[in-house]
Design a protein around this ligand. Structure first.
Ligand code: WQD
Length: 344
């Protein structure tokens, strides 16, 4: 019995594979290596002492996916594989719809035909848009996301809800807030391929001198210091939530709801400026920055009410912002030791 982890060599996927292996799950990874590198597999093995089965192919290739389902007794899936760059999704909408939705549908076809249940979907707080009140709980009304990337997440949720109801299967929709940090071993983290869009990788590279200055997108928001507020959740905490969500799905009885939805965040908002200062303090480094105009499509504030995950999964975020940011700096140092392979 194995768990299929798509995108299992990616940022959140690789951390989750480690937690699954540590909890004695058998793991089968499918990843097309479009946004990661092969050495992550070796590092997973170094951390856990176990080597998961790995297939390098694009999930749009249904015939290859069928072979994986033929070869393994798959009893659940955590689906991380997706394109995730917000800006790029606006420029390449059809590629985003094709990649994110066809791959999902291909897995669900296999699930449908083989009677498999237990599907965990990587969703995002972006499905809430700018919510009217904080913190955001799971009953907060969804808004049409600004980006194509966000729309693929909302559509994915709808496809899975229909799948669950029509075929009586269990699914869990996990809405991540802003994942940050790296593995404490410094062997896994977010690979900075190209110019980072997200705040923490950009801060990391600025502190390392790879980027000259951090651009802070706007200091005229109606927040305490004028910079936008998000809920930064440590990636290892986030990975553990997947194991808890999977265990709940696998243990649930037929009387329980078919669709679980959880917000995964810390419950605490931090401003861009607070993140920059916390990074400087945690790592005793300087992060030069300049204030710029607001970035198009950004919201002012988003932080989670994650009480439902605590109540039903027994999970809560445990790692402070400072601790998470320390792991980011250790990861950067690790990357510098292998800089020949990293595309900056
Ligand atoms: C955080 C804050 C920026 C970079 C996006 C996706 C979301 C999710 C995570 C992913 C904002 C500010 C950033 C910089 C800055 N999904 N910022 N200078 O926009 O909250 O969420 O990524 O896979 O769906 O929309 O995250 O890290 O880009 O930005 O000032 O160089 O940092 O304006 O306020 P965001 P982020």
């Amino acid at each position: 019995m194995a768990i299929l982890v798509t995108g299992g060599l990616g940022y959140i996927g690789s951390h989750t594979v480690v937690e699954l292996l540590n909890n004695n799950f058998e793991v089968v990874i499918v990843d097309d290596l479009s946004n990661t590198e092969r050495f992550i597999l070796k590092n997973i093995e170094e951390i856990t002492g176990k080597r998961p089965v790995f297939y390098p192919f694009d999930l749009k290739r249904r015939e290859l996916l069928t072979q994986v389902f033929d070869a393994h007794h798959i009893e659940g899936c955590i689906n991380f594989a997706a394109s995730k760059a917000v800006g790029e999704s606006q420029l390449k909408p059809i590629d985003y719809y094709e990649n994110n939705l066809f791959s999902l549908i291909n897995i669900l076809q296999e699930f449908k035909e083989r009677g498999i249940s237990n599907f965990i979907f990587s969703s995002s707080c972006t499905v809430y848009g700018q919510a009217d009140k904080m913190p955001i709980d799971e009953n907060t009304p969804l808004k049409m996301p600004e980006s194509v990337y966000g729309k693929t997440k909302q559509m994915g949720e709808e496809i899975l809800s229909d799948f669950a109801k029509a075929y009586q299967r269990k699914v869990s929709l996990l809405r991540y807030f802003n994942p940050i940090g790296a593995h404490p071993s410094a062997k896994l983290g977010e690979l900075p391929i190209g110019i980072p869009n997200n705040l923490v990788p950009y801060v990391m590279q600025t502190a390392a001198g790879v980027r000259e200055k951090l651009n802070i997108w706007g200091n005229d928001y109606p927040t305490e210091d004028g910079t936008a507020v998000r809920d930064y959740i440590y990636v290892v905490d986030l990975a553990k939530a997947h194991v808890a969500a999977l265990q709940k799905l696998m243990q649930s009885t037929s009387e329980e709801a078919l669709i679980d939805i959880y917000n995964l965040g810390t419950g605490k908002g931090s401003s861009v400026m607070e993140v920059v200062k916390a990074f400087e303090l945690a790592n005793i480094v300087e992060v030069p920055y300049q204030i710029c105009d607001r970035r198009e499509g950004d919201i002012t504030i988003a932080y989670a009410n994650a009480d439902k995950a605590e109540r039903e999964l027994g999970w809560k975020s445990e790692t402070s912002l400072e601790e998470a940011l320390k792991t980011v700096w250790e990861w950067q140092k690790y990357l510098e030791t292998r800089n020949t392979e990293i595309k900056l």
